[in-house]
Design a protein around this ligand. Sequence first.
Ligand code: PEP
Ligand code: MG
Length: 886
Amino acid sequence: MATKYVYFFGDGKAEGKGDMKNLLGGKGANLAEMTSIGLPVPAGFTLTTDVCTEFYKNDRQYPAELKGQVDEKLRQVEKLMGKKFGDSKNPLLVSVRSGARASMPGMMDTVLNLGLNDKTVQGIIEQSGDLRFAYDSYRRFIQMYSNVVLEMDGDILEHILEQMKESRGVEEDTKLTAEDLKELVTLFKTKVKEEIGREFPDDPQEQLWGAIGAVFGSWMNPRAITYRKLNGIPAEWGTAVNVQSMVYGNMGDDCATGVAFTRNPSTGENVFFGEFLINAQGEDVVAGIRTPQPINKAGGDGTLPSMEEVMPECYGQLMKIQQILEKHYRDMQDIEFTIEKDKLYMLQTRGGKRTAKAAVKIAVDMVKEGLISEKEGVLRVEPEQLDQLLHPSLDPKAAKDVIAKGLPASPGAASGEVVFSADEAEEAAKIGLKVILVRVETSPEDIHGMHAAQGILTARGGMTSHAAVVARGMGKCCVAGCGDIKVDYKTQQFTAKGNVIKKGDVITLDGSTGEVMKGEVPTVQPELTGEFGILMGWVDKYRRLRVRTNADTPHDAKVARDFGAEGIGLCRTEHMFFEADRIMAVREMILAEDLEGRKRALSKILPMQKGDFLGLFREMKGLPVTIRLLDPPLHEFLPQSDEDIEELAGVMNVTAATLKHKVEFLHEFNPMLGHRGCRLGVTFPEIYDMQVQAIMEAACELVKDEGYQIVPEIMIPLVSEVRELAILRANAVRIADEVVGRYGVEVEYLIGTMIELPRAALTADAIAEEAEFFSFGTNDLTQTTYGLSRDDAGKFLPFYVEREIFPNDPFVAIDQAGVGQLVKVGCDKGRATRPNIKLGICGEHGGEPSSVIFCHQIGLDYVSCSPFRVPIARLAAAHAVLLEEQ
Ligand code: PEP
Ligand code: MG
């Protein structure tokens, strides 16, 4: 049987269904679904994503059957609409839109009014009786088609339009007369010919296939590729193309077009929310050229009349439809509609993009409303998205110099230096600068800059403009439609209420209020109660993996506990050695001539270390705490400047020259593979002895004097050979037992190791003889498995990721095929020797969702991550369980 490449929808019947997104794309599947459930959808058909895949497989050739199938469906649409494509009496006009599985800014989006030429325009005049409308549609078609299909710079024709408006002394397109528009059509066509060297295509069939080709072609344009990369969308998915009969929002004041969300996409509030424009076509709303009106009184500020007021009947109908859609899809929907002569048509529905705040509120509310289950509620929030919620907002007590106010398009607060182009934003971010991207409005071409910027400020555009929608998706703070500012790209500055802000000046945005402020305004941490607390309660009910934190100070430990950490999985004690009041003693210890000298220096550090551990244990209130003994290469602690060397020489009573010599001697060519980790412990046992003593004294003291229950976990880093661990374990046991005996209390302790070298993973069965727990140090394990320096990879790794040589940065998301397999081998071997061995991970991967899911799958007991990632890891751990159940 021939492959079916084209699916029809119209008049209550559709060949496709809502769950066919892979084949029909999101838009096509939902148009089919809306048609089937009886909503008013203009008839049309969808060319499948298979066509796109075949197209690229066969050197940009369509499958042979395609043409015949398109013709057949086009005839079906003609029949239903009682119109004919290309007819001069009663022509059918169509829209052509792309529609991938996931919504994809950056691709060719839409061509409207396709099928118009000098003959068919006569038919439109005859049918509509509206000369102005006919020519307005025609000139729009030429503009869109020449831009997106013929790839002419959109500004060229826009400029002619602007000139026309200027010469007629009008500000809005709607004020141009039929004659003006007719003249524009001629001017446009002449210009197109001049630009592309041939006539604007008149044949509707040629127009149709041109537009279809442009959609498929745009799947591989650089903007679409960038977007896919940022969002992890595989190139193999392909896009579908939707061809649909036109309905007109620009036929007069009883016509309109709009975009709406079934709930507020910024706050999640359960209020129908949207914008519309009278006498306009769909793209006018998205482009943000005219200021849209609110859909209802609740969503406006009273300055512009709402649809609820000016088109009450259509509003009532739309209200009902949005309720049907939300119940049907059981999720917040983002819908597009058009009103033609007081008749409402639905053009699109899809799951609405939302801020993290809204995602959490909507999930919790929908569970309460009985629309979805608790488990579904948990799956509705993406772990990575929570990051937005955990970030600071402006300190309400801070002074702020507000210079402008726009729309609160995407919440959060951000400060940075002003830049005016996406490229500049990207360049600046590369060298570590924080920038705010300021644009008149944004377009898909700006995605890379928006990604690089801390926040986005636009002068034009509403809550559904490109900037607003994209920023919300990215979780970036955005103030849109800020009419108070006048942006001048030429002079690289903007003005706002008498203030001149130049490129490089610092401003602050508040995406929750729409305020723009001069300079940097301090921020405060978020409150994690309310819906967030409820959701996290469910999360904790379903997850199996425990979540600990990597924390070295009582303050970090407190932050992490507030975020729900269930213990410390890694305390890096080297950070304690760097403290200003200790570094001298540490240096003395390292540079001491003999054991006696080292012991003298260590005895100065001991009470400080003990104080550190007392603080940590107290803060963690009996929760497990893993303390890692000193890891980094010694030379990191050494004095570098001459002054420092001289000062230390004075303290140590040696000459500066002797000291300098020693410093040079300790220098390493490859410190990551040098004298670090347990190798320090083996060669200078007194360092670890001191640390074990400090840990155990702190624990015993708290148990004895303050009634705590503490089981310290002492962790040895960078073990590659079990004998290293055997030696260090014996030393630690000796010291620990001595301390416990001295205090006369019962304190248990565990001794374990990090598995962070391939040899350790491969010999984990032997190592487990000496270890009561393993913690996978996947930072070093990634470094050593790939032979990829953690400190130097930044110079070439981005290139590898960009070229898709590596699917991800392996230091961010665990490389499941390689490093992950070593972790798995380590777990299996460890358990084979010691079935109840505790297994965790404390590399950066412990807070990255896909890695957390992997850790669940291979059966780790816990993950440990930085404090701010604790809620993300908790949610990912719950997702791991729930995805397994699906
Ligand atoms: C690791 O290597 O994964 C680890 C947690 O240790 P560090 O990052 O301190 O080397
Ligand atoms: Mg390490």
